[in-house]
Design a protein around this ligand. Structure first.
Ligand code: MF3
Ligand code: CO
Length: 262
């Protein structure tokens, strides 16, 4: 199933346009992700392990009639990605990794509902955030909404990319270039790629019915990241903090519809 899915993905070159029937499923898959992320945000506290969060995420997804999308995806061993402080994305939950007061935690979650995918991420602080953490959280989340504001029919993908990069860099922070946002639908990753950097007016044309996941990853000190020996966890090369916010959206004739919201 895994390699078949992969092979199938290679044949998708064009950006799929979703029918209303498909969009209805995308809405459900993504609303479930948003709800579960909200639950995680409410329960997260010092002393919990990142594996505790993963267990809750899986239970809450299944309770809502969906399946975790990341579990087993390219061999990923969990339902949730939990990336702490200088970890950028794809942190693997562990029962040995206990959260502490002040930790900046990025939570990335995917679901499958009737063959359609949901994907979203939030970053939160455990307990009271320092000014440093608060600023990074705010800039990263705002950059996501800057990108979403450019996600409309008639614009091009890099209009989104540029808006994110421009906002982040104007505030003195750095966008990660090694990982990108993506189309999403019957696959977790579909065309187009949605980088968090680029030039206005470039890239594929956006059309009503396209679904894309926009996911800025913002670092304090550098764009550069490296992947740890576990093969998954990406960290900033300089040890500086990193945050990540992601929404799955639908391109419409007007403003984008955010699918991964409660
Ligand atoms: N939101 C991430 C992405 O689109 C989550 C993928 S994690 C994986 O790349 F484990 F599923 F790979
Ligand atoms: Co994604």
């Amino acid at each position: 199933m895994h390699s078949r899915l992969l092979k199938k993905r290679k044949f998708i070159k064009k950006i799929p346009i979703k029918s209303e029937w498909e969009v209805e499923r995308m809405r459900i898959a993504n609303r479930i992700v948003a709800e579960v992320l909200l639950v995680l945000k409410e329960v997260i506290c010092a002393g919990m392990s990142t594996k505790d969060l993963d267990n809750i995420a899986r239970e809450e997804i299944e309770k809502r009639g969906a399946r975790p999308a990341f579990l087993g995806y390219h061999g990923y061993p969990a339902s949730l990605c939990v990336s702490v402080n200088s970890e950028v994305v794809h942190g693997i939950p562990s029962s040995h990794r206990l959260l502490a007061e002040g930790d900046l935690v990025s939570l990335d979650l995917g679901s499958i509902y009737e063959d359609y995918y949901g994907d979203a991420a939030i970053s939160v602080c455990v307990g009271k955030p320092s000014k440093r953490v608060q600023d990074l959280l705010e800039i990263t989340e705002k950059s996501l909404y800057e990108g979403i504001s450019k996600a409309r029919a008639g614009n091009r993908v890099q209009d989104i990319s540029f808006a994110i990069q421009n906002f982040v860099e104007s505030r003195g922070y750095f966008v990660v270039k090694k990982f990108v946002g993506h189309g999403i639908g019957r696959n977790l990753h579909e065309p187009p790629e949605v980088p968090n950097y680029g030039k206005p007016g470039r890239g594929p044309l956006l059309k009503p019915g396209m679904c894309i996941a926009i996911e800025p990853m913002v670092n304090e000190g550098t764009s550069e990241v490296r992947v740890l020996a576990d093969g998954w966890t990406a960290v900033t090369v300089d040890g500086s903090l990193s945050a990540h916010f992601e929404h799955t959206i639908l391109i419409t004739k007007g403003e984008a519809e955010i699918l991964s919201k409660v």
